[in-house]
Design a protein around this ligand. Structure first.
Ligand code: SAH
Length: 340
């Protein structure tokens, strides 16, 4: 709003125009200045000449016949593509957004990281993942999880700008409590985020109870040791009062032993967190496999027996299933081979 006011002032416009334009952009989700009908034609033309509104178009939308989950592939202005997912829950509609085109963190089982990180998304692009899906479905989006492709804390400034805009009272007015930022554990970013005054839920991708195993699954763990990451999470919880979330993607024969469950319970005792078990979604290139349902349930029960708060992630849109980053990859492959 302040930035808009500044720009409009330069155009010789009164301060209240900023609020008008802001609402057009962030409440009505205008895709062009010509839609802003309560502004004078002269001002609309000036805005059109001097500014651009980021808009994105869906290249592909897959709709689940089971639960209404919708997976989107959006094309960006520079030709890159990203994916976002719309999910309906009893507590409201949620959108899972990407924060980068690809990812450079290198987690072994993840499809998003295979081609590396092409670039980070701007705050506007992240906003438009939410806005465009609202326009497309005609339904209000009350929750956002930053769990699509990319590492949000590797795109810190734009991610925080997105958080400020999406929670703005004059715009989407989303409650910070309804937003989850998922990270592979970039310690400095976690500490910085705890100071922003935006108490979003922090989800740590843990995936292993020991430093050694974590390094095998997530190369980034070498740079940010487990102990330090957990300390930063504790600070986050103390500063924001938000209960922590720990994601644990379970791979067959990788991290699914009872011994690992025992270690995990010990590691997290006193952390006031909730563990989310995600049976690994197999990605052809990675070789990781999903343990059977029973093995995942046994792992969960073992954690429960230690008093750990744990659930198995419900799979949404099973019939249009694809792992994090796979939809984008299949889209790129189709284009490369000219079959789309
Ligand atoms: N960079 C962020 C967001 C990544 S995606 C992070 O690391 O948290 C959100 C979660 O899905 C992460 O926990 C990630 O490790 C996990 N994930 C990615 N690909 C997966 C797959 N094929 N199967 C199961 N979980 C996966």
């Amino acid at each position: 709003m302040e930035e808009l006011a500044e720009s409009l002032k330069e155009l010789g416009e009164p301060a209240y125009r900023a609020s008008q334009v802001f609402k057009w952009l962030h409440q009505k989700k205008a895709g062009s200045f010509s839609e802003m009908t309560d502004l004078s034609k002269a001002l609309r033309e000036k805005l059109e000449a001097g500014f651009a509104i980021t808009v994105m178009h869906p290249e592909k939308v897959l709709v689940s016949g089971i639960d209404g989950t919708r997976k989107y592939v959006f094309s960006l202005k520079d030709g890159n593509v990203i994916e976002s997912v719309f999910m309906r829950y009893h507590h409201g509609n949620s959108v899972c957004i990407s924060s980068q085109v690809g990812c450079r963190m290198g987690c072994r089982f993840c499809a998003s990281t295979i081609g590396g990180c092409v670039r980070s998304l701007t705050a506007s692009e992240m906003l438009w993942e939410v806005y465009r899906i609202e326009k497309d479905t005609g339904e209000h989006v009350s929750n956002v999880v930053i769990m699509g492709s990319g590492e949000p804390l590797d795109n810190y400034e734009e991610m925080v700008r997105f958080l400020r805009l999406v929670t703005d009272k004059n715009g989407q007015d989303m409650s910070a409590r309804n937003i989850t930022v998922s990270t592979c554990g970039l310690t400095p970013g976690i500490r910085k985020l705890s100071e922003e005054g935006i108490p979003v839920t922090l989800a740590l991708s843990l995936h292993a109870p020991t430093q050694e195993l974590r390094e095998q699954i997530m190369p980034i763990a070498k740079a940010y040791p487990l102990r330090e990451v957990l300390d930063a999470c504790k600070v986050y919880w103390q500063k924001t009062g938000r209960r922590l979330s720990f994601e644990y993607s379970v791979g067959k024969g990788v991290n699914d032993s009872m011994e690992n469950a025992d270690r995990l319970a010990k590691l997290l005792s006193g952390m006031h967190g909730h563990v989310n078990l995600i049976p690994i979604n197999p990605v052809k290139e990675t070789g990781y496999r999903q343990p059977g349902r029973e093995a995942v349930e046994a792992f969960r029960d073992r954690l429960l027996s230690h008093g750990i708060n744990v659930t198995i992630r419900r799979e949404m849109g099973r019939d249009i299933s694809s792992a994090c980053g796979q939809l984008r990859r299949s889209h790129l492959n189709d284009h490369a081979s000219g079959t789309d």
